[in-house]
Design a protein around this ligand. Structure first.
Ligand code: GEK
Length: 244
């Protein structure tokens, strides 16, 4: 029997293809899926710990938006060097939050962490020194992104940071095609078949809407951040640091 924590969701031909959803099947294999599908995922998680150590302010809130199983929340918890902070993870998927609560109940200083099932577009933010959106904004309807980022910026303390990681596209079609091509080679090297790669790509088509790095940085500045710069990039995946 195959390992139940290995991602085989798109391994067999799917007769009635539908949009990708964050359900129990996805939650059950999620760490394996992210590790094999996002170049640099574990490096980014490690840097969330490092950046939290540098930017978390005493008595402030730290938000993990689209927390899934709480990997970024746990990294923030590990990085915290100051007192009286709260880490608040929010995700709209009930399956993710249910599994997150089970996993993170073993995370030690549990009192500082809280996980909520909600849509981040409806949530409110205040007194925030560190906000993480690790591959979540790409799933938010494009028309709602500017308002969401402005609301986040408004809820942040001076000197606070937003870590925004996203799959991106490139304005130059040749560069775009090349980076998608090498990304697919990365997935193949991680054991995904051509069928898995193409079926997942179709399922994400209407769900994950990437934008260019320029779009992201301009919108972050308009939202009220003083600066917004890329600190990590691998192929068509990147992470930005926006300082309030
Ligand atoms: C990690 N950050 O491991 N409100 C709340 N959650 C949402 C919304 C929304 N409007 N839209 C999507 N999500 C994690 C990984 S995964 C990335 C994040 C990926 C949630 C969705 O339910 C899913 O759990 C998460 O955003 C995206 O560091 O699968 O590529």
């Amino acid at each position: 029997m195959s390992d139940p924590t290995t991602d085989r969701i798109f391994a067999d031909i799917i007769q009635k293809p539908g949009d990708f959803v964050f359900d129990e099947r996805v939650a059950a294999v999620f760490p394996d899926m992210l590790r094999r599908s996002i170049p640099g995922y574990s490096a980014i998680i490690n840097m969330i710990e490092t950046l939290t150590a540098r930017y978390a302010q005493p008595g402030s809130n730290l938000y993990d938006l689209g927390c899934s199983l709480g990997a970024s929340s746990l990294a923030m918890l590990k990085g915290l060097k100051v007192d009286k902070c709260r880490i608040i993870g929010i995700d709209t998927s009930e399956a993710m939050i249910a599994r997150c609560l089970k996993i993170q109940s073993h995370a030690g200083d549990r009192a500082r962490m809280q996980f909520i099932c909600d849509d981040i577009c409806k949530a409110s933010f205040n007194n925030a020194s560190v906000v993480v959106m690790n591959f979540t904004l790409q799933f938010v309807e494009p028309a709602k992104r500017a308002d969401l980022l402005a609301k986040i910026a408004e809820g942040m303390l001076p000197g606070g940071i937003l870590i925004l990681s996203e799959k991106v596209k490139f304005a130059n079609p040749k560069v775009n095609d090349l980076l998608i091509d090498v990304y697919h080679a990365f997935k193949k090297a991680n054991g995904y078949s051509d069928l898995e790669i193409s079926q997942k790509r179709s399922a994400l088509e209407n769900v994950l809407i990437p934008e260019t790095i320029e779009n992201h940085s301009q919108r972050l500045l308009q939202a009220g951040f003083a600066s917004a710069d890329v600190w990590f990039q691998c192929f068509n995946f990147m992470s930005m640091l926006a300082v309030k």
